[in-house]
Design a protein around this ligand. Structure first.
Ligand code: MLT
Length: 332
């Protein structure tokens, strides 16, 4: 595994004065990983082994983790703004080729907007435990109530409300094991308690205001991998099944035994799915005229060769990350 010590936290200054903290691990094809709410880049600890083959770009989104906001704000104003932040980050890092963008839940909403607002930057998309639809009025009202409570009572309210829903409740043999689940709970709790209250309330408002992206996603021609935990109750498999019918070129994987945090709950399966998908994209790219030719031609031809892969072929057994001390947690 690549050592985090070799890849210290960098800071990228955004046009409005926000500073995004980012760590970069490995070399190779860039893979941008966008965390969920109200977490930070260290939720991707189980993906560090992917740095053997890919360049992992792990930002804390505005207000979260070690990233900051300009004076007068404590969190994101909108999901669109977070997508523009990610674009500015990629440009700030000098990445000229399209990258693979992978986002979990809130990170998945940001990824969708990035694909629409900055299509030149997105070569392929991995959407994890997320959805295309906007909030229902009830869900939006629930976010308002949670924001009011967290303002009054602090992060513990969010930890109590969210953690039971983030992880699979009753892992079935031979899925998530108790020790690993306990480590996941501790990691989630650490991240949630570290998130500033102002960032949480701003993000809750941004999440509640996000638009339905279903129509926009019909126009996303790049290869798409959709991954969801079979036991995800926040964005259940039905959300991703609907999405699979919308993207022109999508492959869907439903991971048994996992809840809303598939990359944390079953990192080995998740990583294998990502590697398999990216190998396929690279092979199709090569077949479409050679890597170099494809770079010049863009990703249009590649996307056309990706086979839609519908549900019914679960990925296999949930695995362990060996999650102990999170090497991504103490970088700042
Ligand atoms: C997340 O995991 O990022 C959130 O659950 C997203 C949401 O509440 O819609």
């Amino acid at each position: 595994m690549t050592s985090s010590a070799d890849h210290p936290l960098q800071t990228v200054l955004l046009p409005d004065g926000a500073r995004l903290a980012v760590t970069i691990h490995g070399t190779g094809q860039p893979l941008l990983l966008l965390h969920g709410f109200p977490l930070d880049h260290s939720m991707w600890v189980g993906q560090l082994p992917l740095a053997r083959s890919y360049q992992l770009i792990l930002p804390d989104q505005r207000g979260f983790g070690a990233s900051s906001c300009p004076a007068g704000s404590q969190g994101p104003a909108s999901i669109e703004q977070m997508a523009d932040d990610a674009a500015a980050l990629l440009e700030g890092l000098g990445l000229e080729e399209p990258v693979t963008v992978c986002g979990l839940s809130m990170g998945g909403y940001v990824s969708q907007h990035l694909a629409v607002r900055h299509p030149r930057l997105v070569g392929s998309l991995i959407l994890v435990d997320t959805k295309l639809e906007a909030d229902t009025p009830e869900a939006r009202a629930g976010r308002g109530e949670l924001a009011a409570k967290v303002s009054r009572l602090g992060q513990e309210v969010v930890a109590r409300a969210m953690i039971p829903n983030l992880l699979a409740a009753a892992p079935a043999e031979p899925a998530l094991q108790a020790q690993h689940r306990t480590a996941c709970v501790q990691e989630l709790s650490r991240m949630i308690h570290a998130c500033p209250v102002g960032t949480m309330t701003a993000a809750l408002a941004a999440l509640g205001a996000r638009p339905d992206m279903s129509a926009a996603m019909r126009g996303v021609a790049c290869p798409v991998l959709l991954v969801v935990g079979a036991l995800d109750t926040i964005t259940p498999p039905a959300c991703l099944e609907r999405a699979a019918g919308i993207f022109p070129h999508a492959r869907l994987r439903i991971v048994p035994g996992c809840g809303h945090m598939t990359p944390l709950e079953a990192p080995e399966i998740f990583n294998a799915e990502v590697e398999d998908f990216l190998r396929g994209v690279a092979a199709d790219r090569a077949a479409a005229g050679g890597l170099e030719g494809d770079r010049q031609a863009g990703d249009r031809d590649v996307a056309d060769r990706v086979v839609a892969d519908r549900p019914g072929h679960p990925a296999g057994l949930a695995g362990h990350s060996g999650l102990g001390a999170n090497p991504l947690a103490d970088e700042r």
